[in-house]
Design a protein. Structure first.
Length: 73
């Protein structure tokens, strides 16, 4: 069974590198360049893994959007 994996990075090169390294036969990968309402919904209603390039996000992005909660497995 494939496990969900969310990647958040403002850097296109980071997103592409991570996508090329992750085995798609083991993970359902969703890639985002910033935190949106859709990303918040996915993180709040799903279980799986999260890879976030924190320095590329605006200051306080996670705290103000309620994303400080863990993305549980």
């Amino acid at each position: 069974m494939k496990k969900p994996l969310v990647i958040i990075s403002a850097c296109q090169f980071t997103r592409l590198a991570l996508e090329s390294l992750i085995p798609t036969d083991r993970y359902i990968v969703r890639v985002y360049s910033n935190v949106t309402t859709e990303v918040e919904f996915v993180l709040k209603t799903s279980c799986g893994y999260l890879l976030a390039d924190i320095p590329s996000l605006p200051s306080g992005e996670f705290g103000s959007s309620g994303l400080s909660r863990p993305f549980a497995e």
